[in-house]
Design a protein around this ligand. Structure first.
Ligand code: SAM
Length: 249
């Protein structure tokens, strides 16, 4: 069984990954972006309570979760383990601004008034910082007020304990009441990026619910039946807020 530490993360190719997944925006990603935008909009319908710090865990070569948090945050950090992805993200957050590939996702976000008021390229480079970090080392010492984790806990290991630990570490990184969005590939048997193969743990809606329920309130799980490549059966999007329970190690 491939564990997280066994996979070739140092060889992860972010440009190939963007070509495979995001260069041509897929309908399912645009749907996810709308669902996430509306979820965060509902959470802050009464306004943002205080300056908020956001986190995207395992950000990899995907900016849309971070873009979805942009209007609500004073500061944001993109945590990522694979060094080539860290470098990709550093380029995307530089003053030159992120690649045009991400405009399609912002266009969808910008249809809501809270987003339309933001100039995303400048703001992204001003408030977002990139940090190399291992999700499995997040131990609750640092917490953020809004967070996302897209295709990470399920797409980094074949090991059931590492999946559950990944979800728990993400939840432990959120403050009480923090809105979050997390996405999972349904029944994934692993994935190829260029010449390298990466592991996955097979999840379905029930497994996602079970793993999240101890930590969340107002959980909403969307079982999206879009298949984007061979080797999985859809996408599961979980939206909610962190509850007040302290996670048990
Ligand atoms: C399938 S990709 C998802 C990337 C991106 N979030 C997205 O939505 O496309 C899995 C990501 O998890 C990252 N990853 C793998 N193990 C990790 C770990 N232990 N801690 C943090 N990130 C990790 C990988 O480097 C990769 O960027």
């Amino acid at each position: 069984m491939d564990r997280n530490a066994d996979a070739p993360w140092a060889q992860f190719d972010p440009e190939v990954y963007v070509d495979l997944n995001y260069r041509v925006p897929l309908e399912v990603d645009l749907l996810i972006v709308r669902l996430m935008r509306d979820h965060f909009g509902r959470c802050f319908a009464g306004g943002v309570p205080a300056p908020m710090r956001g986190v995207d865990v395992g950000a990899g070569a995907n900016l849309y979760p971070g873009l979805a948090m942009l209007p609500w945050c004073e500061k944001m950090v993109l945590l990522e383990y694979a060094q080539p992805n860290v470098e990709y993200l550093e380029r995307q957050t530089s003053p030159e601004g992120y690649d045009e590939a991400w405009d399609a996702f912002w266009n969808e976000l910008g249809k809501a008034p809270a987003y339309a008021a933001v100039e995303p390229r400048t703001r992204f480079s001003e408030i977002v910082r990139v940090e190399r970090a291992n999700l499995l080392d997040l131990d609750g010492q640092r917490r953020w007020d809004i967070g996302t984790m897209f295709f990470v806990a399920d797409s980094m290991s074949e090991c059931p304990e590492e999946f559950r630990r990944g979800v728990r570490c993400f939840m432990d990184a959120l403050t009480e009441g923090a809105p979050f969005a997390a996405a999972f590939m349904k029944e994934s048997v692993g994935y190829q990026v260029g010449e390298h193969r990466y592991p996955a743990y097979r999840v379905n809606e029930d497994r996602v619910r079970e793993s999240l329920e101890p930590f969340v309130s107002e959980l909403e799980v969307h079982d999206l039946h879009h298949v984007v490549r061979p080797g999985h059966e859809g996408i599961i999007l979980a939206l909610g807020r962190r509850n007040s329970e302290i996670a048990v190690p």
